[in-house]
Design a protein around this ligand. Structure first.
Ligand SMILES: Nc1ncnc2c1ncn2[C@@H]1O[C@H](COP(=O)(O)OP(=O)(O)O)[C@@H](O)[C@H]1O
Ligand SMILES: Nc1ccn([C@@H]2O[C@H](COP(=O)(O)O)[C@@H](O)[C@H]2O)c(=O)n1
Ligand SMILES: [Mg+2]
Length: 476
C-alpha cells in the first residue's frame, strides 16, 4: 500500500501527483452498537505524521453497572473517529451439552468462564493493526456457534466487560482503564429487568444466580480490579461530566484537535453519522459513479454552506409578516468562485445552488516533474476579482502544491489573502501545514482531515482520483 508518511517539508517541490488513494474504509454499527470495519490506518499523533498504534481503553465494572451504556456514549461522541468496541462477553466459552443440563450451576462471573487466551490474541492483533475474527456468543443458547464477526483495527479500541482488568496481560494492553461504579442494588434491579426481558429468564433464576455467583464473584474478582482503574465513574451513563472529560482526553491523545488548535483558520465541519456515512460511500472503491456523484454533491453542499457561513456580515433588521422585527444579518454578496480544473469543477453546481448568479472563474495547474512539479497553464478569472471574496474550489488538499500555485495567482491578481476561503472535502495534514504556514490569513474549510500521504504522495485513506470518479472517466 506504500503508506509510509512524509514530512511536510519533504513534499514541497517533490510531488508530481496528488489526489489519489488506494485505501478504503467502511464503518457500520450493528444493533448492539458493535462496529464492523474494513482496514483503516491509525490516527495522527500531536499533529505529526507518523501512523501509530490504536488507543486502547478498558471499561470494567460489575454486571449491569452501565459499562455498555458508557461505551456507547463515548462512541457516540467519537463518531468522527474510527472506534471499535470489543465485548469480553463474546469470549465466553460455549457450554457443552452436559454443562447445559446443569446450567444453573455454571458460574458465568468467574474469570475461568472466559477464553482469555483468545481474547488476548485478538486484542494484540487489533493493537498491531491486524483484523480478527471475533467470536459470536449467544446468551440464549450459551453457545459460540454463530459465524464469527470480522473486526478490523481502528484508531480507538474499547474493550468492555466485568473482568477486563483481571488478567495483567490484558491490562497491559490498555492505555486507559475506566471502572464503572454503580451501587449493588441498582445493578441487581437492572439485571432482573434485563435478564427477564432480554434473556427469557424468570426472576427466581436471576435471583438464585445473583446470590450464588454474581454477588460473590463481584466481591472476589471484580471489585479488587477497581484499584487498577485510572478513572472511576460513579453513576455510569448518568455521569456526563466524566464521559466528556474522557472523550476530551482521548481526542488529545489522538491529536485530533491539534491542527485546528495550531491553525485557527482551519474549519473542519462538525461530523455526524450522516456525514461519516456519506464519506464511507464515496471512499468505497466499489461505489458506482452515480452514487459517488450523489453523495459527493451532498458533502460538497455542506462544505460550501459552511464556507459561506464564515463570510463577513452586517446586522440587518426586517419586518416579518406578523409585523414584528427580526434582527438578523446581511451577508456579503461580493463573491466569486474559482475552481481548480478539473475536480474543482465538481463543486461549482453546489456553489451556484447556494449563491444565485455567482461568477465562477477557473484555474488549470499542470502537474509534472521539476519546477515544483507544478505549472500554471490556464486561468480565466473575473476582472474585478481583487474586490471580491474568493471561494477557491478543489475537493482534495494533498501536498498543498496545487493550492499554493492557485493562491499565489489570486494574490498576484490583487485578491486579499484574508478574502480567500479554500473549500475542499478532504485535507491531508501535510497540505494544511503547507498552505496555512505560507498563507496564515487564508481560511480552509474541509469535511475530514486525512491520515497523511503515502510514498506516492497520495492522500490516505483518501477516495481515489476524484475527478475521474466524479466525471465517470475512471475506467477510461
Ligand atoms: N444510567 C442509567 N439509567 C437507567 N438505566 C440504565 C443506566 N445505565 C444503564 N442502564 C440500563 O441498565 C441495563 C444494563 O446497562 P449496561 O450498560 O448494559 O450495563 P453493563 O454493560 O455494565 O452490563 C441496560 O438495560 C441499560 O439500558
Ligand atoms: N450465558 C450467560 C453469560 C453471562 N451471563 C452474565 O452476564 C453478566 C456479564 O454481562 P454484563 O453485560 O452485565 O457485563 C455476568 O454477570 C454473567 O453472570 C449470564 O447471565 N449468562
Ligand atoms: Mg454490557
Amino acid at each position: 500500500m506504500g503508506s509510509n508518511p512524509k514530512p511536510a517539508e519533504d513534499l514541497m517541490g517533490r510531488s508530481n501527483g496528488v489526489h489519489f488513494s488506494g485505501l478504503v474504509s467502511r464503518d457500520e454499527l450493528d444493533k448492539n452498537g458493535h462496529r464492523e470495519e474494513l482496514p483503516t490506518t491509525s490516527a495522527l499523533e500531536n499533529g505529526h505524521k507518523e501512523l501509530r498504534e490504536p488507543f486502547v481503553i478498558g471499561v470494567g465494572g460489575g454486571a449491569s453497572s452501565g459499562k455498555t451504556t458508557v461505551c456507547n456514549m463515548i462512541i457516540e461522541q467519537l463518531r468522527d473517529q474510527r472506534v471499535v468496541l470489543v465485548n469480553q462477553e463474546s469470549f465466553y466459552y460455549g457450554l457443552s451439552d452436559e454443562e447445559l443440563t446443569r446450567v444453573n450451576e455454571y458460574n458465568f462471573d468467574h474469570p475461568g468462564a472466559f477464553d482469555t487466551e483468545y481474547l488476548l490474541t485478538c486484542m494484540e492483533n487489533l493493537k498491531h493493526g491486524k483484523s480478527v475474527d471475533m467470536p459470536n456468543y449467544d446468551f440464549k443458547t450459551y453457545k459460540n456457534v454463530l459465524p464469527p464477526r470480522k473486526v478490523n483495527p481502528s484508531d480507538v479500541i474499547i474493550l468492555e466487560g466485568i473482568l477486563v482488568f483481571h488478567d495483567p496481560r490484558v491490562r497491559d494492553l490498555m492505555s486507559m482503564k475506566i471502572f464503572v461504579d454503580t451501587d449493588a442494588d441498582v445493578r441487581l434491579a437492572r439485571r432482573i429487568k434485563r435478564d427477564t426481558a432480554e434473556k427469557d429468564r424468570d426472576i427466581k433464576t436471576v435471583l438464585d444466580q445473583y446470590s450464588k455467583f454474581v454477588k460473590p464473584a463481584f466481591e472476589d474478582f471484580i471489585l479488587p480490579t477497581k484499584k487498577y482503574a485510572d478513572i472511576i465513574i460513579p453513576r455510569g451513563g448518568d455521569n456526563h461530566v466524566a464521559i466528556d472529560l474522557i472523550v476530551q482526553h482521548i481526542r488529545t491523545k489522538l491529536g485530533q484537535h491539534d491542527l485546528c488548535k495550531i491553525y485557527p483558520n482551519l474549519y473542519v465541519i462538525q461530523s455526524t453519522f450522516q456525514i461519516r456515512g456519506m464519506h464511507t460511500i464515496i471512499r468505497d472503491a466499489k461505489t458506482t459513479t452515480h452514487d459517488f456523484i450523489f453523495y459527493a454533491d451532498r458533502l460538497i453542499r455542506l462544505v460550501v454552506e459552511h464556507g459561506l457561513g464564515i463570510l463577513p456580515f452586517k446586522e440587518k433588521q426586517v419586518i416579518t409578516p406578523t409585523g414584528a422585527v427580526y434582527t438578523g444579518v446581511d451577508f456579503s454578496k461580493r463573491l466569486c468562485g474559482i475552481s481548480v480544473i478539473r475536480s474543482g469543477e465538481s463543486m461549482e453546481n453546489a456553489l451556484r445552488a447556494c449563491c444565485k448568479g455567482i461568477k465562477i472563474g477557473k484555474i488549470l495547474i499542470h502537474r509534472s516533474e521539476g519546477d515544483n512539479g507544478q505549472q500554471l497553464i490556464y486561468h480565466n478569472l473575473p476582472k474585478d476579482i481583487s474586490n471580491r471574496h474568493v471561494l477557491l474550489l478543489d475537493p482534495i488538499l494533498g501536498t498543498g502544491n496545487t493550492a499554493v500555485q492557485a493562491i499565489n495567482l489570486l494574490l498576484k491578481k490583487g485578491v486579499q489573502e484574508s478574502n480567500i476561503i479554500f473549500l475542499n472535502l478532504i485535507s491531508a495534514p501535510q497540505g494544511v501545514h503547507v498552505v496555512c504556514k505560507k498563507f496564515p490569513r487564508i481560511k480552509i474549510v474541509t469535511s475530514e482531515i486525512e491520515l497523511g500521504l503515502n510514498d506516492e504522495y497520495r492522500v490516505i485513506p483518501g477516495m481515489g482520483e476524484f475527478g475521474d470518479r466524479y466525471f465517470g472517466t475512471d475506467d477510461c
